[in-house]
Design a protein around this ligand. Sequence first.
Ligand SMILES: *Cc1c(COP(=O)(O)O)cnc(C)c1O
Length: 229
Amino acid sequence: MTDIAAGLTAVRDRIRAARIRAGRVDRVELIAVTKNHPTQAVIEAAKQGVTHVGENRVQEAAEKISAYDGPPLTWHLIGHLQRNKAAQAVRLFDLIHSVDSVRILREIDKQAAKADKVQRILLQFNIAEEPSKYGLRLSEYEEILTAAADCPHVRIEGLMCMAPLAENPETVRPVFCVAYHVYDELRRRLPAGQVQYLSMGMSNDFETAIEEGANLVRVGTAIFGAREY
Ligand SMILES: *Cc1c(COP(=O)(O)O)cnc(C)c1O
């Protein structure tokens, strides 16, 4: 295993530098993405002060959550959610980033109602409209908000997006910039204080994302090293 403490220190330094460059005075929260890494990696990260953990798959997260016995963590679902996993996701996750259709929104609402919970969620937008990626299109913005108005057991707290894979993160800056504007519009649209998270930026582009306003970054490889599949 790579040195998680060193990886974390390096990522935190880079986050701080990006915040300073951008003149940001608000918080930027680091989500350590532990998918495809063992529970031991979660435990190590928690020892180094990590409090937010991101997982892609409900089943893998369920196993880690039950095996983990360190200080309390906030669990984020960042991968696509299938309807037949929604009930389990509602039980396990504090924040679901990957709400990418009206259907899954309604299913989460239904399962959250059963669990007597208000599920915190983010809307995932596929800003660049990449065919290979999940996410709402910008043209679906009104439709999803209309649907959400009838879903009292979900609470939209912000927006998530993934930029296209690029060697030079500068090339995806416009994607982050558009995401920020959508986030800002969402903030104005929903009740004051409700929308507070803009989740964007991964190992290869989180500094650019922070410069464009991200306040949740999802970083795996730069902390834990390459994943083995
Ligand atoms: C895997 C993943 C990440 C982390 O990716 P790295 O490049 O390893 O930092 C972030 N967000 C999502 C949605 C992911 O699936």
